[in-house]
Design a protein around this ligand. Structure first.
Ligand code: CP
Length: 531
């Protein structure tokens, strides 16, 4: 298998680079044209055609379209297609996901299609089952396709949504203007768009939802970081009456009642009204407007009413049909059948930043002044002083955080103290003094940078600052027992009992995102709660 796509997992849409996704869409178009033309030769060029090649569907959450389009796509390939009936599986006896899927990997299955409420599950499984395959000398590496994980992502839905948009704008990647309407808070299909729409050179997104259903701030931030123009409206009515330039492409989602808390459920009728299309809106639409929906629609309260089905606005039926074509092509790529002709583009995938330095040593003598830190009235002769902690926060928050830093670095025993001071700029900052403390080791420095970025660490010897370091946020944080993603739905949260070590990466706007579920955390939030 020489293709870069072979045995690749798709956990989030960005697991495929922009250039890889653009290639994917050209292949989907090729397949769809061949289906329309009944060109068996071209269709055969996509087929895995191996009765021993195993594709396994595991749907731990309900589905019709994703499950059935994948099943039909897998059948297209003339391969072994299996399904785990989760309601009668040993998962219900308390077996871990890793054990279940390792076992299934051993039964000659190469691709797993997994839907779950647990976020980040396929990422974890792809790591675990790769190690299992290596340990057991399996002749293949199992690949995992995320068929929707909780509120997180739905990358294959994203692929079929984008393909359908592309069909309607002439397969042109130069720009897109799309309105996202509905439950943008809980809907994973719109979350995938924050990275998914990067395939277009210029992106304009109008978000239409009442406050309770508005897209989480982290995804809006991500869209802005990705260079998207983002506008926000609280209802369709407001959008059509105030927007200077309404979009022609409208992407609706249903209110995800099954993911809502009681507080929002009580207001569901009012909220639904704001995101449901009405007849009197029709005159405000631009010529050529098209509606899309990942489906299902709610049978009693569809946000796209059924009287629109027979109008030219209907893009959602073709969108659903495209789902099978996109999934056929994805299986062809991951199965190693096609993709050899793809020419990787430099920078396709972000470079590994693990080597980036985040503890910078500075010359104490060149610093403003090599001040003497004191232990009460006496100067500190040997020890450490951590300065500039949480500069700009309020004093109470600084004190709380200094307690966390002290605990995380194991500085709770011994002499010393903490105080909050106010600089000439009027801003508060925290200082931790630890006379007699041993100098921090490399691993401790990484913990310090993670829990107290933008502080300075002074190593005091003989009453002078002998070494001085400035900390910056590390690009990745992992391998510490006391890390914890705060998202209960995340596979790495201890509540899920899977024993997945938490791991975070730095985001461009200075957060730590969970490597599994993508949840943004501040540097104060990535730690297990302390009693
Ligand atoms: N669009 C979508 O994911 O539909 P299902 O929930 O029916 O799979």
């Amino acid at each position: 298998m020489s293709s870069v796509f072979a045995s690749r997992s798709l956990n989030v849409i960005d697991d495929l680079s922009i250039s890889e996704r653009r290639y994917f869409f050209t292949k989907v178009k090729e397949l769809k044209d061949a289906i329309v033309a009944n060109d068996e030769k071209v269709l055969d060029s996509f087929r895995i055609n191996d009765p021993d090649f195993g594709i396994y569907e595991v749907f731990l959450e309900d589905s019709t379209r994703t499950k059935e389009s994948f099943r039909n796509a897998a059948n297209f390939h003339h391969v072994k297609v299996s399904e785990l009936i989760s309601s009668s599986s040993s998962i219900n006896k308390g077996e871990s996901y890793a054990d279940t899927f390792n076992m299934l990997s051993g039964y000659h299955n190469s691709i797993f299609i997994v839907r779950s409420k647990v976020e980040g599950l396929t990422k974890w499984l792809s790591e675990e089952c790769t190690e299992y395959a290596e340990r057991n000398n399996l002749p293949y590496r199992p690949a995992f396709i995320n068929a929707g994980d909780g509120k997180h992502e739905h990358p294959t839905q994203e692929l079929l949504d984008e393909f359908t948009f592309l069909e309607d704008i002439g397969m042109d990647f130069s720009s897109i203007h799309v309105a996202l309407v509905g439950d943008l808070y809980h809907g994973r299909t719109v979350h995938s768009k924050a990275d998914g729409l990067r395939i277009f050179d210029h992106v304009k997104v109008d978000l239409i939802a009442p406050e309770e259903l508005m897209m989480p701030e982290s995804y809006i931030e991500k869209m802005k970081e990705n260079g998207f123009e983002v506008s926000i409206y609280s209802s369709i009515e407001e959008y059509l009456k105030t927007a200077q330039d309404p979009a022609k492409l409208w992407y609706f989602t249903r209110p995800q009642l099954e993911r809502m808390g009681e507080r929002i459920l009580q207001k569901q009728d009012i909220l639904r009204e704001a995101i449901t299309f009405r007849k009197d809106f029709l005159p405000y639409l631009k010529e050529g407007t098209r509606f899309y929906h990942p489906l299902p629609r709610h049978k009693e309260h569809p946000t796209i009413p059924t009287w629109l089905d027979k109008t030219p606005l209907n893009g959602w039926e073709r969108q659903a049909i495209n789902g099978m074509y996109c999934r056929i092509v994805l299986l062809s790529l991951v199965g190693g059948k096609i993709g050899d002709d793809y020419v990787p583009v430099p920078g396709d995938h972000e470079t590994d930043r693990r080597t980036e330095e985040y503890i910078i040593q500075v010359e104490p003598s060149k610093d403003k002044k090599n001040k003497n830190y004191s232990e009460g009235v006496r100067p500190i002769s040997d020890g450490i002083v951590i300065d500039h902690i949480c500069k700009g926060d309020d004093p109470g928050a600084i004190r709380n955080h200094m307690r966390l830093i002290s605990s995380i670095l194991g500085l709770d025993d011994g002499r010393g103290g903490e105080w909050v001071s106010r600089g000439s700029d009027g801003q508060y900052k925290g200082i931790i003094f630890r006379p007699g403390a041993r100098p921090l080791e490399r691993k401790d420095l990484k913990r310090l940078a993670a829990v107290a970025p933008h502080c300075t660490l002074n190593i005091i010897r003989d009453g002078r600052v002998a070494e001085k370091y400035r900390t910056h946020m590390p690009p990745r944080i992992y391998n510490f027992d006391d890390l914890c993603c705060q998202n209960d739905a995340c596979i790495s949260n201890p509540i899920n009992g899977e024993g997945v070590p938490a791991s975070f990466y730095r985001t461009p706007d200075g957060h730590f995102a969970c490597a599994y579920c993508g949840r943004f955390h501040t540097f104060k939030e990535i730690w297990k709660k302390r009693s």
